[in-house]
Design a protein around this ligand. Structure first.
Ligand code: BG6
Length: 512
């Protein structure tokens, strides 16, 4: 299909408009609402994917009036919109914004919200369908759920649905994640719960499944017979960006590996789901999580590296050390970098190491999945100069330049046989144009239509915590020098390179 044909197809796709409903955002005065949720909802509105009968209630302790909330959002959208929002659309949108004061720390704290929901239901004909978005710190979620239950707001009937969206982090460790799941599952069905991992809202992450399962040609080589190793990198050049207090209680293993990197790992390695639906896909992911070899204290020093950034330069700008960041302890042992080797004990992946790494203040922002194939030459080319020839590599580029790149050997033109590597580099933007979404559109839309496919199931999150918990516990008692310091603006600590060198392998350089 040509680029032009792809664009025509994209424009002609029929879309399902969501049911009438009210979206209640707890923590509406926070960053997430203005930066991501409202801009994403506007983008959905612009694509006619919001129901006509729709309203948003911002719930929180701020006690803003509807008018104050509307003017605040009107000011914020100018900064955070990712597309040009037509004045008529914004007018339509702003008329549907409400604010209600709720104090979920005291009994009956959701009574005013309940009344407001009823009024809004009548005014906007939302039929009583409601979506509760917890854009609040994780500790507040159980309290809010309790208040909502008290006010009988979570129970759904044949006439209307109720759904809960829970932001990450989902718990702090296995015990807290389990407790949170229990709290939620006492009052709601699994299908009412949407545990957000914003990486699953990225087009390039969703494309992993399409690439693998809608194209038979790759799948036959996607196993330990042909693949030598897989490397998943999520590198950031930013530091903790004013989130020192949160970050210093979490660190990279909890913040990135347990969720985003494990999700990418599962999509890259899982079996083909029978159907593209929530249950089949989440079951296939769960099978992978269950097959990850547990970490033992004896192998953690050899398979997991933790690092913390020191001062350095990014794009020629001097940046401070992690311990100098606001709200970070001066003697913090929190890791801003993790590299680890994952082994999957199943028939397809036995013997194929999967290396994950993520870090802040690295030389550039890049997320990619590198599939390194085995060095299998079928012909003996004799003395031909092949020193530049490396094994085939396939790179799934997640961000910032989404695409796919296949590297293979080719004959260099000339009388004497010689070879070098070429890259078949395909950029999504050439086919689909520059994406103007912020990633929350698909996730919000799926919540509105009740599709849990892109959300983690209770057992998915718990198993993921179960994998990282032994590492977290090990670090609590590990010697200080196991935290490797790396200069900002580099590719991380040398120990991360050593991790692969021990297996006679190397990290693929971040792609340009
Ligand atoms: C968040 C983490 O979940 O993901 C942040 O809490 C991190 O620390 C961010 O910076 C990275 O997201 P993205 O989409 O910029 O790769």
């Amino acid at each position: 299909m040509t680029i032009a044909e792809t664009k025509t197809l994209q424009n002609s796709l029929a879309n399902q408009v969501a049911d009438p409903c009210t979206l209640v955002i707890f923590g509406a005065s926070g960053d997430l609402t203005k930066r991501l949720l409202i801009p994403a909802l506007c983008n959905l509105g612009a694509r006619n994917l919001l129901p006509k009968n729709f309203a948003i209630i911002g719930a929180g302790r701020s006690g803003m009036t509807d008018e104050e909330f509307r003017s605040q959002m009107t000011a914020d959208i100018k900064t955070f919109a990712t597309t040009n929002i037509e004045p008529e659309l914004w007018q339509w949108f702003v008329e549907r914004l409400y604010s209600v004061k709720t104090d979920f720390t005291c009994a009956n704290g959701c009574e005013t919200l309940k009344q407001r929901l009823d009024e809004v239901k009548e005014k906007h004909q939302t039929r009583g369908n409601a979506l509760f978005y917890m854009a609040v710190p994780p500790d507040s979620v159980p309290e809010i759920v309790e208040r909502l239950t008290e006010a009988n707001l979570i129970k759904q009937t044949n006439d209307f649905w109720r759904r809960l969206i829970i932001e990450k982090p989902f718990g702090h460790d296995l015990d807290s994640a389990r407790a949170l799941n229990q709290t939620l599952l006492k009052v709601a069905e699994e299908t009412q719960i949407f545990r957000i991992d914003h990486y699953l809202g990225k087009e390039s992450v969703q494309n992993i499944m399409v690439f693998r399962f809608a194209n038979g040609i790759f799948e036959s080589t996607w196993n330990n017979k042909y693949i030598d190793n897989i490397q998943i990198t999520a590198a950031e050049s930013l530091g903790v960006e004013g989130r020192g207090a949160y970050y210093d209680n979490n660190g990279a293993l909890r913040d990135m590996i347990q969720n985003h990197l494990f999700q990418m790992l599962a999509l890259t390695t899982m079996e083909a789901p029978k159907r593209y639906d929530a249950e089949s896909v989440r079951e296939c992911k769960q099978n992978i999580f269950n097959s990850i070899r547990p970490y033992q204290n004896t192998d953690i020093p050899l398979t997991v590296v933790r690092g913390q950034y020191a001062a350095g330069k990014i794009d020629d700008q001097a940046v401070c050390a992690y311990r100098e960041e606001p709200s970070v302890r001066k003697d913090s042992m929190i890791e801003t970098f993790v590299a680890l080797k994952v082994l999957i004990d199943n028939d397809r992946w036995s013997g194929v190491p999967i290396y994950l790494r993520t870090g802040k203040r690295l030389s550039k922002r890049v997320t990619e999945i590198v599939i390194q194939f085995k060095d299998d030459r079928l012909t003996d080319f004799g003395d031909m100069p092949t020193k530049n020839l490396t094994p085939n590599t396939l790179v799934l580029k997640i961000q910032p330049d989404e695409g796919i790149c296949l590297q293979f050997g080719a004959k260099v033109p000339g009388e004497v046989l010689s070879m070098q590597m070429l890259a078949m580099d395909c950029k999504y933007s050439d086919y689909f144009g520059k994406q103007t979404k912020n990633g929350y559109e698909t996730l919000l839309y799926d919540c509105l239509i009740g599709d849990c496919l892109l959300f983690a199931r209770a057992d998915n999150v718990e198993t993921n915590w179960g994998i990282v918990d032994p590492i977290l516990k090990y670090w609590q008692n590990a010697a200080q020098d196991t935290l490797q310091v790396y200069s900002s603006g580099t590719s991380g600590p040398i120990a991360a390179d050593k991790l692969l060198e021990r297996d006679s392998r190397k990290w693929q350089k971040f792609s340009k």
